[in-house]
Write a protein that binds this ligand. Structure first.
Ligand code: NAD
Length: 374
């Protein structure tokens, strides 16, 4: 089968493409605008494959989308192209509304026009898989909200978190997005469901928790902390650092997404998570401990931790109930947070040139000339 992956030069999209080329016989068309977040070097290890093609296209460009569908004749779409950084959405929401909402609309329409003229067998097998986030659900009760912990500084040890009896996001949790980013993703989810209901267009949606791992653009918490620590720079943490996220290793997510697009049921939503609830402070301290072991300094890396003013509207806790995908599609994460974060730190130690290249755009300039937007 041939899968059109949008956003395939980004963090998760590139992981999906590496997974498909390395583990299946399927072909991939990587459709990406190459914004600052898109880096072809992240797929360099598979881009020589005869089963890989690249199209530098904006999902907001209907005529180019029409051309790509006509030329490549895909059997499925995995839609990951998006503006994805919450802080950027607070500083400038327009691009998020444009790409995440209008872009999804244009992609849905181009895909539907293509799908509606397919012959019966290919039409019945076609899938449109929209990749979304758990942030559409807003936030969950936090253990520090409980009476006994309310006035204490939250101890960051996982054993003290005691989230055991607190609710998780399920596929039926009501949408309550907090940031321009999550509101734009929620809107795109609604569009996808409407295209299913109104046009019978064969869609599936996944909502996933925070991903981490290799090839993550160094503006996000985990790579930023690793790279800052290596340079002896401050490690910024919003507020007390007691925000809880449910961390999932990228390769586990890529494998889950492939299962959904190939085995998932049309019209269904699947929540994907890693069963790894950690406070941001705990995540940063874990990275510091691993760095103390691998690249020791005279002082501990954790002395670089600096608390900065909290992000406006910052959600306090996300956590996923991933039992549906476990039960129906037999998917479980392979990595624990401890194994995944160790691999991630080691990858960033070994791939500092990748980090420099994606930050200054040099790989792309070399491959595509200077017209790439950086
Ligand atoms: N990173 C996470 O933890 C996480 C968790 C759950 C869901 N998601 C969702 O997964 C998807 C991918 O996230 P990511 O972290 O890989 O993002 P990313 O920012 O690393 O990558 C986004 C990719 O989309 C491309 N893109 C942006 N605008 C485009 C446009 N107009 N046309 C074509 N391509 C465009 C960029 O060039 C980039 O390659 C997003 O939809 C995001 O909402 C991310």
């Amino acid at each position: 089968m041939k899968i059109l992956v949008t956003g395939g030069a980004g963090f998760i999209g590139s992981g999906v493409i590496r997974y498909i080329i390395n583990n299946t016989q399927d072909s991939v068309v990587n459709l990406d605008k190459l914004t600052y977040a898109g880096n072809l070097e992240s797929v360099a290890c598979v881009s020589d494959s005869a089963r890989y093609a690249f199209e530098q296209v904006d999902i907001c460009n209907p005529s180019e989308l029409k051309r790509v569908f006509a030329e490549h004749q895909p059997d499925a779409v995995m839609h990951l192209a998006a503006e994805s950084h919450v802080d950027r959405s607070i500083d400038g929401p327009a691009e998020f509304i444009h790409t995440n909402i209008l872009g999804t609309y244009h992609l849905l329409e181009a895909a539907r026009a293509y799908w509606s003229q397919l012959e019966a067998e290919r039409k019945a097998a076609f899938r449109f898989h929209h990749i979304s986030t758990d942030e559409v659900y807003g936030d969950l009760p936090h253990p520090a909200d409980s009476v006994e912990l309310k006035d204490k500084t939250l101890n960051t040890q996982h054993s003290q978190l005691n989230t055991k009896d607190l609710p998780l996001f399920t596929e039926t949790t009501a949408y309550a997005p907090s940031s321009p980013y999550s509101a734009s993703k929620a809107s795109s989810d609604h569009l996808v469901r409407a295209w299913l209901r109104t046009y019978g267009f064969p869609t599936l949606i996944t909502n996933c928790s925070n991903n981490y791992g290799p090839y993550h653009f160094p503006e996000k918490l985990i790579p930023l902390v690793i790279l800052n620590a290596l340079e002896g720079k401050p490690l910024p943490i919003y507020g007390k650092g007691d925000q809880i996220r449910d961390w999932l290793y990228i390769e586990d997510h890529a494998r889950a997404l492939y299962k959904v697009v190939t085995e998932g049921k049309i019209g269904e939503t699947y929540n994907i998570g890693g069963h790894n609830e950690k406070t941001n402070l705990e995540v940063v301290q874990t990275i510091c401990t691993i760095l103390d072991e691998l690249v020791p300094l005279k002082t501990q890396h954790s002395t670089l931790i600096t608390h900065v003013s909290d992000r406006p509207g910052h959600d306090r806790r996300y956590a996923i109930d991933a039992s549906k995908i476990a039960k129906e599609l037999n998917w479980q994460p392979n990595e624990t947070f401890e194994s995944g974060i160790r691999k991630t730190v080691q990858w960033y130690l070994d791939n500092q040139q990748w980090c420099k290249n994606v930050q200054d755009g040099s790989y792309q300039r070399q491959r595509l000339g200077t017209s790439v937007e950086l």
